[in-house]
Design a protein around this ligand. Structure first.
Ligand SMILES: C[S@@+](CC[C@H](N)C(=O)[O-])C[C@H]1O[C@@H](n2cnc3c(N)ncnc32)[C@H](O)[C@@H]1O
Length: 325
């Protein structure tokens, strides 16, 4: 499987000396695909469904002077950075704490009726991955949490300590792409009989002892895929993506543009199938027949971009049954 994320080498967090940053991935490509050929770019509301620190959002507002943007993110901590970054746009930028699956409610509450662009930049922000206390990384000891939205009831520890062996194995295999998922699940279930897993390093050490280091993917820590799978389950990333794509389809006007950046092959597969099916039914026109990937220059600047894949499409509404616009 392509697209597993590794822990960062930069460490930050409460009391950390370096301010955390997130470098937007494929930024100029996203802006070009969303703004299109019109001289002033998009005019109307753009939705950034995964606002993060607001890097893409700021670039889009700069490139489309007649656009306004609503940005949502499920993580209130990253929104502090987004609000600061977007302050210079005044009322052109609105920021809300929300999940993709609740976008309908947010847009109704904000009085938005016409959406001309949607961006989904999936996965986690460096602000989350590099934050020592939040448990996303196997490189730092922290509570086994991984919730992007602190209002979610279930942490990674809940999953590791409560799911049965078969469900854990399926999770590591299908959401993390871990080929030796069954072995890891068995080791977890045996070990948690003695003591529950509460900290990241206890889990990372067990996975490392179970799988060993080495093999053809020796550059990856053996716990990489297990941690990715847990993060995806804790944050219900598959369900949220399906909801986000459906909402983009419902809200975009005829000619409205969608761009999606994925970091995981399963995620990109879901986007590809959704758009291909929509294109066959005349609901979408594909802009990227083949997905875009970061240039070697971008990869040199930002290692985290290495598994990014960008797809874009234009909404087509044909016929009276397709309401908006
Ligand atoms: C890769 S970052 C986005 C970075 C952003 N484009 C930028 O330029 O800073 C992904 C962000 O999406 C948020 N996110 C992920 N899934 C979400 C969901 N279902 N609903 C709302 N926000 C979500 C995460 O909390 C994270 O901040």
């Amino acid at each position: 499987m392509r697209g597993v994320e590794m822990a960062s080498t930069r460490r930050t967090g409460a009391g950390g000396e370096e301010p955390p940053v997130h470098v937007p991935v494929l930024q100029s490509e996203v802006v070009a695909l969303l703004r299109g050929d019109a001289p002033l770019g998009l005019e109307g509301w753009i939705v950034d469904g995964t606002l993060g620190a607001g890097g893409h959002a700021a670039a889009l507002l700069d490139a489309c002077p007649r656009a306004r943007l609503i940005g949502i993110d499920q993580d209130p901590e990253v929104l502090v950075h987004a609000r600061r970054r977007l302050a210079r746009f005044g009322p052109r930028a609105r920021v809300r704490h929300a999940r993709l699956s609740t976008l309908d409610r947010v847009l109704h509450e904000e009085g938005v009726t016409r959406v001309v662009g949607v961006l989904l930049d999936l996965g986690a922000s460096s602000l989350q991955l590099d934050h020592d206390a939040r448990g996303f990384s196997f490189a730092v000891d922290a509570p086994l949490d991984m919730r992007m939205d602190p209002d979610r009831p279930r942490t990674a520890a809940d999953i590791v300590n409560r799911w049965d062996e078969e469900d854990l194995a399926d999770l590591f295999l299908y959401e993390g792409g871990e080929p030796r998922a069954r072995r890891v699940a068995r080791a977890i279930v045996e070990s948690r009989r003695r003591a529950p897993f509460l900290r990241t390093l206890a889990l990372a050490d067990l996975v490392e002892r179970t799988l060993g280091r080495g093999g053809s993917r020796a550059h990856l820590h053996p716990a990489t895929r297990v941690f990715q799978a847990l993060r995806r389950a804790v944050n219900e990333e598959g369900e949220e993506l399906r909801a986000g794509l459906g909402l983009a389809e419902n809200w975009l006007v005829d000619g409205g543009r969608l761009a999606v950046i994925s970091f995981h092959s399963g995620e990109d597969g879901a986007v590809k199938r959704f758009l291909a099916e929509g294109a066959r039914a005349g609901r979408w026109e594909l802009v990227t027949r083949k997905p875009l990937r970061p240039s070697p220059e971008e990869l040199q600047r930002n290692r985290r971009a290495r598994s990014a894949v960008l797809r874009a499409a234009i909404r087509r509404r044909r016929g009276a049954q397709e309401g908006r616009e």
